[in-house]
Every structure is written in structure tokens, then in C-alpha cells.
Design a protein around this ligand. Structure first.
Ligand SMILES: Nc1nc2c(c(=O)[nH]1)N[C@H]1C(S)=C(S)[C@@H](COP(=O)(O)O)O[C@H]1N2
Ligand SMILES: [Mo]
Length: 384
């Protein structure tokens, strides 16, 4: 994982000396490309005002779909379990429904959250800050199914394949990712068939998806059709090529895994339609937001109204689930008219703190810089 405290400025040019035309492609202008627009209209984020809900309604939860949403016939669908197992399994949805279920409230965040604020900017899904959501996922613990198949002695990893296919980095592939065996066997890892008490919507992985609490979203493979127990590390594209923190294309890089701490605030006041600049009235504001981390519970959230020059502690709400975001509140006296920059930053119990600027990397992954919201404070009766 990147070291959150080493502060490269994101505006630095780490591609100096290499060709900017090399994949995955970097954009230095502030103008977004048609490729980014196409991705952005398919994959929406969480409107930040929806940080309001403990559980994100399914339609407001962020979405990230690399290829196309597969249409799955639930009656014909099977989950195949094979590789280094004692008995291969082919499970129907009814087989899964018959096993003891577990429900977990889980915050998922895309590893590319924050990417669009980088410079140069990796050409990919151009997230600003809203690639997050929290849902209650119900399903069978993965461990139950792995134990039913019987894990072979030489097993080291488990891979998860989705039904969706596409081309990435010139390679035709099904979306597939793996987990080390010890992580795959953790109690909270689910084969989920329900989201917020309803069967999975097509876009979130119907009929079955993996949910790996604490890890960035790419781990939670949707439209699951095959689980393979492996006696060596998985080397598919999404593991070997994608989702690695690297500075140059030829670097081996560090795999992206757990979510670094992040806090977001509900932007106060009202937005301008086109620019979304916030307008608020003078007075006392109760700022609210959410914070989460894959490395431990949230221990502290701080807020600032002067662009991060001075910070004070926000009040933490309950942590309803180890794997779900935690609410926070902070009172701010907006007493001076003009522009103010509100900021928030979280610290987890492992001691990770959100940095003011996170180190740049080629894929734009795991960027957890502090959230900044400029607001314009108006005097009462001033409509200009
Ligand atoms: N099969 C499959 N699983 C997938 C993906 C995908 O494109 N195909 N996208 C991954 C990524 S990058 C993220 S961030 C999460 C998004 O989950 P959501 O769309 O349910 O929020 O799903 C992951 N699982
Ligand atoms: Mo993602």
C-alpha cells in the first residue's frame, strides 16, 4: 500500500522520461476525454447528499462495471467450485439459499476513487470522490462453500470469475480476481445473493457476487460463476496488470488491497446548478458525514473550515458494524461572509491518517486525500 504520509504533490510529473502514450494513458489537460465521458455515464457515483443514509438505497450506491452487465437466467445459472478441492461442486441458487445465511453491512469503495483529481490523470473511470456506498449484503459465508468442497492441501489462493467478458490491455478476458486463502476463509467474506433485503439488482451482480468487507471494491467479483482453489498465485489481468500501485508501466508494483481511511462530508447549503458551488447562509451549521477504513475501526475524524490550516475534532456516531462507515458531526459557526474551504480527515485505529496530498500512481489507485468543499457564505438577505 502507498505510504499515506509521504507527500508527493499530485501535480508532479512522474512520467518524465517515459512516453505519455504508453498504456493505460495519461491526460495532462483539465479537459476530459470522450472515453472518460462514456465511462462516467455508465458508472455513476454516490450523490454526496446520500451520505445521509446509514444504508445506501441500491439506486444511489456507486457502480463500477468494466464491461457489460450480463443478463443471467437464474434457473440455468450454476456456481462451479473446482481446482484444488476434494469434491467439485455445481450449486444452484436454491442450494445456496438452503445454507445458513449471514448479513453484513459493508462499505464498498472503488480503488479508483479520487482518480480524476490527479495530474497527470490516468485515463479510466474518472471518479472525483463519490465511488462509495454502504449496503446490507446477505448470503452464504464463502468459507461454508469452500469447506463443503474440501480445500486441498496445496491451496494458496482462491480465484473468483464473473460472467462478464471484455477486452482490457488488449487481452480478451472474463473479469476475474483472487484472494489469498487466509483472506478467503475470513468469517465476513460472503457469497451474497441479496442487497438491502432484495435479490441483487442486475448491475450489482445478480444472481450472486462476492463481498469482501474492508477491501477496495474490485475484490468483490459480481455475476460470479466459478470459484477456483489454486496451488499458486493467480496471474490473470486484473491481478497482475491492473490494480497495482506503480509509478511506471514496467514496475511490478504493489497489489491494491484494503481501503485506506477516508471521510466525506455532506456538502452544506445549496448548489449552483452548473458549477455545483455551494451557497450557505451565515449562522451555525451542523456538518455531517461518514468515515471508513479497511484497516480498522474509525478512531477520529477532524474537520477544518480554513482549508486545513486548523483542525478540530468531530463527534463520532456509533460504529454499527465493523465493516460499515461511521457517522460524524461537527458544528461550524459560519460568521464571516465570503469563500471558506471546509475539509475533513479520518484516522483509523491502526493509526492511518488521511493525507493532505496522497502519492501519485499510474493507475490512480487508493488516493485518499482529505475532502475539500469550498462554500460561499452569504449575509442574510443578500441574494447576489
Ligand atoms: N464481474 C465483475 N465484478 C466486479 C466488477 C466488474 O466489472 N465485473 N467491478 C469491480 C469493481 S472495480 C468495483 S469497484 C466493484 C463495484 O461494485 P458495485 O458496482 O456493486 O458498487 O465491483 C467489482 N466487481
Ligand atoms: Mo473499482
Amino acid at each position: 500500500m502507498p505510504d499515506c504520509d509521504s507527500g508527493h504533490r499530485i501535480a508532479a510529473d512522474p512520467m518524465e522520461g517515459t512516453s505519455p502514450a504508453e498504456p493505460p494513458g495519461l491526460e495532462t489537460s483539465e479537459q476530459f476525454t470522450p472515453a472518460e465521458l462514456r465511462l462516467a455515464t455508465r458508472n455513476h457515483g454516490l450523490p454526496l447528499e446520500a451520505l445521509e443514509y446509514d444504508l445506501t438505497p441500491a439506486g444511489l450506491h456507486y457502480l463500477l462495471i468494466h464491461y457489460d452487465i450480463p443478463a443471467v437466467d437464474a434457473a440455468a445459472w450454476r456456481l462451479e467450485v473446482g481446482g484444488r478441492v476434494d469434491t467439485e461442486l455445481s450449486l444452484t441458487l436454491s442450494d445456496l439459499f438452503a445454507l445458513a445465511a449471514r448479513t453484513e453491512a459493508v462499505t464498498l469503495e472503488c480503488a479508483g476513487n479520487g482518480r480524476a483529481q490527479l495530474s497527470p490523470r490516468p485515463i479510466s473511470q474518472p471518479w472525483l470522490l463519490e465511488a462509495v456506498g454502504t449496503a446490507e449484503w446477505t448470503g452464504v459465508p464463502l468459507r461454508t462453500v469452500l469447506e463443503q468442497a474440501g480445500i486441498g492441501g496445496k491451496a494458496v489462493e482462491v480465484s473468483f470469475r464473473g460472467l462478464d467478458r471484455g477486452v482490457e490491455g488488449g487481452e480478451e478476458q472474463a473479469y476475474e480476481r483472487s484472494l489469498p486463502l487466509a483472506d478467503a476463509l475470513r468469517d465476513e467474506v460472503l457469497l451474497a445473493y441479496e442487497m438491502n433485503g432484495e435479490s441483487l439488482p442486475p448491475q450489482h451482480g445478480f444472481p450472486l457476487r462476492l463481498v469482501v468487507p474492508g477491501w477496495y471494491g474490485m475484490t468483490s467479483v459480481k455475476w460470479l460463476d466459478r470459484i477456483t482453489v489454486l496451488d499458486r498465485p493467480f496471474t490473470g489481468y486484473q491481478q497482475r496488470q491492473s490494480y497495482r500501485v506503480r509509478q511506471r508501466p514496467e514496475d511490478e508494483g504493489e497489489p491494491v488491497s484494503r481501503m485506506l481511511p477516508r471521510s466525506l462530508m455532506i456538502p452544506p447549503g445549496i448548489p449552483d446548478f452548473a458549477t455545483r458551488e455551494r451557497r450557505i447562509a451565515m449562522g451555525t451549521w451542523r456538518m455531517r458525514g461518514r468515515a471508513w477504513s479497511g484497516f480498522g475501526a474509525i478512531a477520529r475524524v477532524e474537520a477544518s473550515a480554513d482549508g486545513g490550516e486548523s483542525w478540530s475534532d468531530a463527534e463520532l456516531g456509533p460504529q454499527p458494524s465493523r465493516w460499515a462507515w461511521r457517522a460524524w458531526e461537527w458544528e461550524w459557526d459560519a460568521e464571516r461572509p465570503g469563500v471558506h474551504e471546509l475539509c475533513c480527515r479520518a484516522t483509523d485505529e491502526a493509526g492511518n491518517v488521511q493525507p493532505v496530498t496522497a502519492p501519485w500512481n499510474l493507475g490512480g489507485y487508493a488516493n485518499n486525500e482529505v475532502h475539500r468543499v469550498p462554500v460561499v457564505v452569504h449575509e442574510p438577505g443578500d441574494s447576489a
